[in-house]
Design a protein around this ligand. Structure first.
Ligand SMILES: [Zn+2]
Length: 219
């Protein structure tokens, strides 16, 4: 779900006293937007609405502009812009949820590599393809060495990958055990409330930056 804030400039509040009621009335016939707030901020008319599809905020801005044009008295020269778009509710995730998903994918990639190369090994090193003396020292054959190298490389790649978690706000590198304990299965439940050690971001609260922020001071 997207929470879009749009603004209308260059119409004075006193010039359109029924603005709030007019906007609410018009948007009752546009049920794909759900109005969260409509208010004046000085002579800036602000509309905040939720919808499922408007990731750029342009759809709401267009319809808000149509509304202003239809209802506002003397509308020459007004301007409607997107102020911000936030991802909220079910499409948003907490940073810890994203870290967990990434850790799961890394693990999946590691095990998949091991599994695929294990199957390869079974075919390559099948008893009928090696004589008995060589079979005992399969890991010294070039095939065996290749397999071990693949397994080791996959494990090293996994170890490197899990040291590359970063805070989504300040981009500090986070240590899996010290900063993100509770992420790994074996550590789950320990100190899971730790925020980012650098900027203090709470990893258990939704955090998504606004996609557009042209005029943050106005809201
Ligand atoms: Zn941080």
């Amino acid at each position: 779900m997207f929470r879009v804030t749009v603004k209308c400039e260059r119409i004075a509040q006193r010039a359109w006293p029924d603005a709030l009621e007019d906007v609410r009335t018009e948007f009752r016939s546009r049920p794909w937007h759900s109005i969260v707030d409509v208010k004046w901020s000085g002579d800036l008319l602000l509309l905040v609405a939720d919808n499922d599809y408007d990731s750029s905020g342009e759809a709401l801005a267009d319809e808000f502009s149509d509304t202003v044009s239809a209802y506002a008295p003397g509308t020459a020269g007004y301007q409607v812009d997107v102020v911000s778009v936030e991802v909220i509710g079910d499409t948003a995730m907490t940073p810890r949820g994203r870290f967990r998903n990434r850790l799961f994918l890394y693990k999946l990639a590691l095990f998949a590599t091991w599994a695929v190369s294990g199957v390869g090994e079974c075919y390559w090193l099948a008893p009928d393809k090696l004589n008995p003396q060589v079979r005992e020292f399969w890991f010294l054959t070039y095939k065996g060495e290749t397999m071990l190298a693949v397994w080791l490389a996959a494990f090293i790649a996994y170890c490197v990958a899990i040291t590359h978690f970063r805070c989504p706000r300040c981009h500090t590198r986070l240590r899996l055990v010290k900063d993100l304990s509770g992420l790994a299965d074996w550590a789950r439940g320990r100190d899971i409330d730790k925020p980012c050690p650098t900027c203090g971001l709470d990893f258990d609260k939704e955090w998504a930056p606004p996609r557009v922020a042209e005029d943050g001071g106005a809201v």
